[in-house]
Design a protein around this ligand. Structure first.
Ligand code: HEM
Length: 509
């Protein structure tokens, strides 16, 4: 049953049947492999391995949880799993994470090949899936310099604040409703995160009704396809036959239609002097300098949506859910925000955020308990390398369980509790930042492959949350007594149920 669950996202009866056929091939490959295989056989590994699927049946529907439980028993620092045909190293301790992401960062900075990812990103020519090398280096520099660096993020401030205003207007209308109708706060965050990225990427074009929603729809399919544990990724030989691959080709065509149209519109009318350039303008203007094809540009654009929207919405959704579960923390945050914000202004602005230390602590604490990418994006080793006394051979897929690391009782007091105050302590505040300097806390990763979107994500998070708690008091809907924290695993991990809350305008406003 569990094995079926796991592959259900992509399995078809034909594909499962074919698995058996390829059994002999797999055996042959395993037997004929080389020194790498000998090294792998020395790594700690759970005993319950099955033919063909290896350890896949142990992964379960919440992989970050089952991998943590397996690691506790079979390899607290590193553990080797055979996921189908792919040997995968699971890293579960701060020490081992430091070895992989800092000490030997250059040897672990590549990405494994993904058949679905390859289709959706034009041969992995986005940033997130590009193999380690010159192309990745150039494109990462490009997105950092021209979209995500702190200075660039500041220059987008007016557009972001405008998005906040739109949300506040909607919430004021809901709060005025005497029926006390609940607002779907999860959906509000999804659209806000999506709109903020749309503004930065294509904001120069007139806002077209339905366009941002269409991005949202494409992204949802995208994340489902890329997400979880896809059959073709673990049985590469099946990739051409798999349903997921066919769906990816179809989705890719839809992306092409949308993006070609947007690029053409930008190319036919360059920004004039009094218009702020958006990211598509920038990509077109540096296309020669960075030797990018149109396909490369499209892959990079999709990457920004994919990496930038769900991650941010999930962080916000969990933060709000945790605050609803801990009224004292919510009260403390509201007191801080209401005390710091400049009186008399229609909204909290980005100038006000600097002094809101509890807000920043609450963000870190929400991300410690609920990193949007609990297993990050898999890394790939490019040479044999020693980690915690083991030799990891070249070509090994590496998963880092940052969710498990963030909740480890050996590193964290009351590890499962939402306690923002822990990040207010001086020592913690100084070292345990979002930049991956403390290997107990890696919501954005660390090292060469670290998330380039930290500044973008942090200010997007802070400006909307500050305004939500400044302008409204929040209540659970009539008849509901708690927030359901059940998780669902996909491309990322999010709360399964929508967060429904009633906004109330407090007396002081
Ligand atoms: C709360 C929000 C976010 C979280 C928690 C987050 C987290 C992460 C993580 C864990 C990684 C993988 C690191 C690794 O593999 O070592 C990553 C990579 C990446 N993120 Fe983010 N991210 C967020 C927001 C954003 C935003 C807003 C953008 C851009 C608009 C972005 C763009 C990227 C890109 C391009 C990569 C790939 C980097 C590479 O492979 O070199 N992220 N992010």
């Amino acid at each position: 049953g569990r094995a079926m669950d796991l592959v259900s996202a992509s399995a078809t009866p034909q594909a499962l049947g074919l698995l058996l056929l390829f059994f002999l091939v797999a055996l042959h490959l395993a037997a004929s492999s080389s020194g790498a295989e000998k090294l792998r056989s020395k790594l700690p590994s759970p005993p319950f391995k099955l033919p063909v699927i290896g350890h896949l049946h142990l992964v379960g529907s919440l992989p970050h949880v089952s991998l943590r439980d397996l690691a506790r028993k079979h390899g607290p620092d590193v553990m080797l799993l055979r996921l189908g045909a792919v040997p995968t190293l699971v890293v579960s301790s701060p020490r081992a994470a430091k070895a992989v992401l800092r000490t030997h960062d250059h040897l672990f900075a590549s990405r494994p090949h993904s058949a679905v990812g390859d289709i959706l990103s034009n041969g992995s020519t986005n940033v997130a899936l590009a193999p380690y090398g010159d192309y990745w280096r150039r494109t990462k520099k490009l997105v950092t310099t021209h979209l995500l660096a702190a200075r660039k993020v500041r220059s987008n401030r007016a557009a972001r604040e405008q998005e906040v205003r739109l949300v506040l207007a909607r919430l004021r209308a809901a709060a005025a409703d005497t029926a006390r109708t609940a607002v779907d706060v999860s959906e509000l965050f999804i659209y806000f995160a999506n709109d903020v990225v749309c503004q930065a990427v294509l904001g120069r074009l007139p806002r077209e009704a339905g366009r941002n929603q269409m991005f949202r729809e494409l992204l949802e399919i995208h994340c489902k396809l890329l997400g979880g544990f896809n059959l073709p990724d673990y049985f590469p030989i099946l990739a051409r036959l798999d349903m997921v691959t066919a769906k990816a080709v179809k989705l890719k065509r839809r992306w092409d239609d949308v993006l070609d149209d947007l690029i053409d519109k930008h190319a036919s009318k360059m920004a004039n002097d009094d218009e702020e350039e958006d990211f598509i303008d920038v990509l077109l203007s540096v296309q020669q300098e960075y030797s990018l094809t149109r396909d490369n540009i499209k892959a990079i654009l999709v990457d920004m949506f994919e990496a930038g929207t769900d991650t941010t919405y999930i962080a916000l959704d969990y933060a709000m859910a945790e605050l609803m579960r801990k009224p004292q923390a919510m009260a403390k945050l509201q007191a801080e925000v209401r005390g710091c914000a400049t009186k008399g202004k229609e909204m909290v602005t980005e100038d006000d955020l600097g002094s809101m230390s509890y807000l920043k602590a609450a963000m870190r604490e929400a991300m410690r308990l609920h990193p949007s990418g609990p297993l990050m994006i898999p890394h790939l080793s490019v040479a044999d390398c020693g980690v915690e006394g083991h030799t990891i051979p070249s070509g090994t897929r590496v998963i880092i369980n940052v969710w498990a690391i963030g909740r480890d009782a050996a590193s964290w007091k009351d590890a499962e509790e939402f306690v923002p105050e822990r990040f207010m302590e001086e020592a913690m505040d100084a070292t345990c930042d979002l930049q991956g300097n403390d290997f107990r806390f890696l919501p954005f990763g660390s090292g060469r492959r670290m998330c380039p979107g930290i500044s973008f994500a942090a200010v997007t998070f802070e400006i909307i949350l500050a305004n939500l708690v400044y302008h409204f008091n929040w209540e659970l809907p009539e008849g509901s007594s708690s927030v359901d924290m059940t998780e669902e695993f996909g491309f990322d991990v999010h709360r399964k149920e929508r967060l429904l809350l009633v906004p109330r305008v407090p007396h002081h406003l």
